[in-house]
Design a protein around this ligand. Sequence first.
Ligand code: SAM
Length: 268
Amino acid sequence: MVKSVEDILKKEFGKSLSDENVHILDPFVGTGNFMVHIIDEIKKTSLERKYANELHCNEVMLLPYYIASMNIEHEYFEKVGRYEPFEGICLVDTFDMAEQAQTSLGFMTEENTARIERQKKSPITVVIGNPPYNVGQLNENDNNKNRKYKVMDKRVAETYAKDSKATNKNALSDPYVKAIRWATDRIKDEGIVALVTNGSFIDSIAFDGMRANLEKDFDAIYVLDLGSDVRRNPKLSGTTHNVFGIQVGVSVNIFVKKGGTVAEARTK
Ligand SMILES: C[S@@+](CC[C@H](N)C(=O)[O-])C[C@H]1O[C@@H](n2cnc3c(N)ncnc32)[C@H](O)[C@@H]1O
């Protein structure tokens, strides 16, 4: 995934993940796999700057937050031979970052609040990660799944839901849908959204409006549909045919927004 993002960044923008001002964000970092792979991919000569200023990630749960911090710091140590605390990680609910007032997680420190403010001001070029998902979920990795988010729920309603002809749009309340909406808005006019998600948006009825919006929002869309939805294909036994050992289908999605004149033409 990280290598594909590097290739697409090169092809579409003539840039590299190692380049200055290419800010990279994993909004659902878990224990930090994507960040570790990114550190691995970045040129040694760029790593110090990147690590200090241009790598960002968020996690809402305390335990994975600590594990991600340790994994990322350890990977940096392996690469440069010295320990440096990683200040690009925030303990925060990513969807809350779009709200006027953030919900306190109960253990917010001044330092964490400052990190959140710093991330908000950073021009993000690449959003990468795998967001939580709800519908048909077996793996309870998201303890926030029924939370309402005023701003993000409205963004989904006024775009993906509004443009849908489906009568039942419940599937649009899945957090992976909100995550795609959030990431699309977060990169503004230009950048890459690379998310591994539930693949139901590819052809399910309720996602017709989402598909129409993705077409409008992006200039290039790469989707690798891994299939493996057990409910659609009961011949797949249990969860053994799925890369994540889950029952829902999975897809690897890379969406590209090219900004500039393309963005202007899109709004006309
Ligand atoms: C599917 S896992 C990501 C796994 C990750 N790629 C890794 O390397 O471990 C999703 C993660 O997002 C976190 N999460 C869920 N909702 C979130 C939110 N609204 N804001 C930030 N993190 C969230 C979960 O706690 C979980 O650790």
